[in-house]
Ligand binder design. Structure first.
Ligand code: NDP
Ligand code: BG6
Length: 512
């Protein structure tokens, strides 16, 4: 046993033995940013706490602002104190902090990338072993392309290519802003990296309940026979947020609900709900099925009265307080045509789903924070229980509660105890917190770990992003051309605009 191994803290003696991960350097571009502080540093720390980091692990921050190593370690310590799901354990953090450093440089400066390469080579030399490098691009999207290009020209992208410890890259969202820009970004990536090196993030895929959805769907025999147009009436996918745009007005004005949430997060939920069973849980098998189902979606009609609704929140009451409307928010133009709410009706043109509408909605400043997938089943045929004052029947609904109060609920009709025949919808509930407790890893922990170990199952493939943009680009173009015409409003703290209700009412449905 080498000296470094014998003195290693027990918390850090983990992954390389259990899962074969080589010594790893994680380089975060945009390391002084919000995401790094709130999610990435805490994720690394919690992986360390759980003994899941490789025994030889190095964290390198990169950014334009010069930050001495000590100061970066202090910033990271504060981030853990403020944002980690676990309290800072000095023993765990000391070991990670000892291997934490910072490289300053612009994102388009060849000399700075040469310095970064030398920094990594020095780590390798000191360790006496090769390291794999995981680049995490956590900057605004305007600098994604220069970073990727310079990783290519500096040789950093192709380090140890052909071996298991080749370089890998995680790319944050948004992945493009329409089909053309997504194709352009895929093209830039493909000119530097091979697809198996690339991990496009959608943090919803890292959520425990989203992975739970796959297990609940494919590890239980009762659902599959019902999972089709013969039994399912329609599907509702809701990602509602209580927060408004807050301090992110500058970003949000250029984005809107369709780009920020629908095109990525809700479409991932849809793909996992509607895809065919993959032949295995291998990354390619799962992603092949997701792409197939995305490609089977019929083009959307973006005209008013068609398949979409969009709206902005107006002032309203939330938590007993008056909240201002989107157009009054800081950094937002009073003429803004950016939607804070979007609803979509889509049809999947394949054997399993033809004729089953899928309704998607997402909005800011809504009545409650809730993300769920609700599968509504058809009513029983010619029921012997005809509706009356005593007979209250609801369609069976299976609801995957993604967050909060994570779980799975089934609504069915039960008999009210008593001598009269009275029925009432009742709910059978499974809750993660009551069954498993609440110590659940955060999405970014799972995703950083998977990228380190080379598992791309929970990341988006290039063709997947393009399939989704192909669907939504015509909608965005139509909305841009219409400007504010057709933009609805909803009171902050409500469940969304009337036009969204009308979308479902046209099919004799309503939102849950
Ligand atoms: P920030 O705006 O905090 O930027 C991150 C860092 O990038 C900054 O600290 C700065 O570092 C550098 N930077 C900022 N603006 C520019 C610019 N115009 N040109 C070059 N460099 C710049 O971003 P976030 O940390 O909030 O987000 C990072 C990425 O993660 C984005 O792609 C975002 O869309 C995505 N994301 C963020 C979420 C969040 O909650 N924050 C959630 C989901 C995704 P320096 O000056 O040191 O170079
Ligand atoms: C991000 C969006 O991708 O997801 C934000 O940019 C949104 O606008 C966030 O608030 C929601 O994520 P979560 O995990 O809090 O549901």
């Amino acid at each position: 046993m080498s000296e470094s191994e014998s003195t290693r803290h027990p918390f850090l003696q983990g992954l390389s033995r259990h899962r074969g991960t080589p010594p790893t350097v994680v380089v975060i571009f945009g390391a002084s940013g919000d995401l790094t502080a709130r999610k990435l540093i805490p994720a690394v720390y919690n992986l360390g706490f759980d003994n899941l980091l490789p025994a030889d692990f190095f964290l390198v921050g990169y950014g334009r602002k010069p930050i001495p190593d000590d100061e970066f370690r202090e910033i990271a310590t504060q981030a853990i104190r403020e944002f980690s799901r676990r309290e800072l354990n000095p023993d765990v953090w000391r070991h990670i902090a000892a291997n934490t450093s910072y490289v300053a440089g612009a994102y388009d400066d060849s000399a700075a990338f040469t310095r970064l390469a030398a920094h990594i080579a020095a780590i390798e030399q000191k360790l006496g072993r090769d390291v794999q490098v995981l680049f995490y691009v956590s900057t605004p999207p305007s600098v994604f392309a220069p970073i990727i290009t310079h990783l290519g020209s500096s040789g950093l992208a192709s380090r140890h290519l052909g071996q298991p410890h080749h370089s890998k890259i995680i790319i944050e969202k948004p992945f493009g802003r329409d089909l053309e820009s997504a194709r352009g970004l895929n093209h830039t990536i493909a000119s530097v990296f091979q697809e198996h090196q690339v991990y496009r993030i959608d943090h919803y895929l890292g959520k425990e309940t989203v992975q739970g959805l796959l297990v609940q769907r494919f590890a239980n025999a009762i659902f599959e026979p019902l999972w089709n147009r013969n039994y399912i009436d329609h599907v509702q996918i809701t990602v509602a947020e209580e927060v408004g745009v807050g301090t992110r007005g500058g970003y949000y004005e250029q984005s809107g609900a369709l780009r920020d949430m629908i095109q990525n997060h809700t479409m991932q939920l849809l793909a996992l709900t509607a895809m065919e069973p993959p032949v295995s849980f291998d990354a390619e098998a799962v992603r092949d099925e997701k792409v197939k189902v995305l490609k089977a979606i019929q083009p959307l009609d973006p005209a008013p009265g068609g398949d979409t609704a969009r709206a902005q929140y107006a002032s309203g009451m939330m938590g007993g307080k008056q909240v201002r409307g989107y157009l009054e928010e800081e950094g937002i133009s009073p003429e803004s045509a950016t939607e804070t709410y979007a609803a979509i009706r889509l049809c999947i043109n394949n054997w399993r789903w033809q004729g089953v509408p899928f309704y998607l909605r997402s909005g800011k400043c809504m009545a409650r924070r809730v993300s769920e997938i609700a599968i509504q089943f058809k009513r029983p045929p010619g029921t012997i229980f005809s509706e009356s004052a005593h007979i209250n029947l609801a369609p069976n609904t299976l609801a995957f509660q993604i967050q909060p109060d994570e779980g799975l609920g089934l609504i069915f009709n039960g008999k009210v105890p008593g001598l009269a025949t009275r029925t009432q919808p009742v709910k059978m509930n499974f809750r993660y917190s009551t069954t498993f407790g609440s110590d659940t890893p955060e999405a970014y922990e799972r995703l950083v770990l998977d990228a380190m170990t080379g598992d791309g199952t929970l990341f988006i493939r290039g063709d997947e992003t393009e399939a989704s943009w192909q669907l939504y680009t015509p909608v965005l173009e139509a909305w841009t051309a219409a400007g504010r015409k057709g933009m609805d409003a909803y009171a902050a703290g409500s469940w969304g605009p009337a036009s969204s209700d009308a979308l479902l009412a046209a099919d004799h449905h309503n939102w849950r």
